[in-house]
Design a binder for this molecule. Structure first.
Ligand SMILES: [Mn+2]
Length: 344
């Protein structure tokens, strides 16, 4: 059968030429032939199946490094299968929702919130809100006093949502609140140029029955504990996460990366960044953790998981997590909300 040019293959697979070049570099999808004279790449029609699978997994948000493990390594080992399995479970449990039956299941949350300035910083630029239907953590930036204003602004914009919101409106309401906060930050910066560098992250959950809206921008995080396993359900909008996703660095290189603090997305006065929005389904027995980077930048994920899995009371768990960050040197402000989902 005739080989396909890169353009033909890109159209047929739904992948861009740029993506095809990257996947070649990563060994995910090498072209069938590269013309030694012109450097033009050609693909076999039979490669379309794999290309479409890669495109599909990317649409689900699966990191390239994980796709590589699944597709490329010979006879994917148990750990690789587990990675794929837990990814698909968390994806499907988030998206494949019975909108009618599930929304009526009466659930409530038992929650606790703790924040600490840490041992190094002079201000606490984190802000948090925890109520019966709304949990939110924001980590402000922008220098003295300004980070505090930015994180408080986005929390204030969300606070009115802590009422009964129909499940069909969860994501709309979260999206609008975040846009309102962005508008407020822009107005503040226009009125006072010294505030133009301020910004904030945000990770928030809003409940309606057993439906859960998640909004996320930046490097604050949400974790889910379900059936004895801990899943991170947000992806950091950081340079190092993007490099990890593209297979350019390893997990071990994150902690020492010179630009590990660099955010690719945050809520600020200058950018119109889209937050991640996701509708999920909560179950009685679930536990959620929302936390600022003062936790995960200082405490390793196994220690965080150990507290979440072993400390039953939400307030004790939040206090234990804060203590781990302080014991780790407390280099940053740290905020934790621990919430247990119970049958109402
Ligand atoms: Mn921080």
């Amino acid at each position: 059968m005739a080989l396909l040019s890169t353009g033909e293959f890109a159209r047929a697979s739904g992948l861009t030429r740029k993506a095809l070049r990257l996947y070649d570099e990563l060994g995910l999808l090498p072209p069938a032939r590269v013309d030694p004279g012109t450097g033009y790449r050609c693909y076999e029609p039979a490669q379309l199946e794999r290309a479409r699978l890669v495109a599909w997994l990317r649409q689900l948000g699966m990191p390239l490094a994980a796709i590589r493990v699944v597709l490329v390594l010979p006879s994917a080992d148990a750990a690789a299968k587990r990675t794929l399995g837990s990814f698909l479970i968390s994806y499907l449990s988030g998206k494949d929702i019975d909108m009618t039956a599930a929304a009526n299941e009466p659930l409530a949350i038992r929650y606790a919130v703790r924040t600490d300035i840490g041992l190094v910083r002079e201000d606490n630029e984190d802000a948090a809100y925890a109520g019966g239907r709304l949990l939110a953590v924001a980590d402000g930036m922008g220098g003295h006093a300004h980070g505090e204003v930015a994180s408080a602004t986005v929390i204030e914009a969300l606070r009115p949502l802590d009422v009964a919101v129909p499940s069909s409106e969860l994501l709309n309401d979260l999206d609008h609140a975040v846009r309102r906060a962005g508008g407020t930050l822009r107005d503040m910066a226009a009125a006072d140029p010294s505030r133009s560098g301020m910004g904030t992250t945000l990770t928030a959950l809003l409940w309606s029955g057993s439906q859960l809206g998640l909004v996320h921008i930046g490097d604050t995080r949400a974790y889910l504990v379900r059936d004895g396993e801990v899943f991170q359900i947000t992806r950091d909008h950081t340079l190092v996460q993007a490099l990890l996703d593209d297979g350019k660095i390893t997990e071990d290189e994150v902690a020492s990366h010179p630009k590990r603090m660099l955010l690719l997305r945050a809520l600020d006065a200058h950018h119109d960044f889209e937050p991640d929005l996701e509708l999920r389904e909560a179950q009685a027995g679930d536990r959620y953790l929302l936390s600022s980077d003062g936790l995960h930048a200082t405490v390793d994920v196994d220690a965080i998981a150990n507290v979440l899995l072993t400390v039953a009371d939400p307030d004790d768990a939040a206090a234990a997590l804060i203590k781990l960050a302080i014991d780790g040197g407390g280099p940053d402000n740290v905020t934790c909300i621990v919430a247990d989902v119970v049958a109402a």
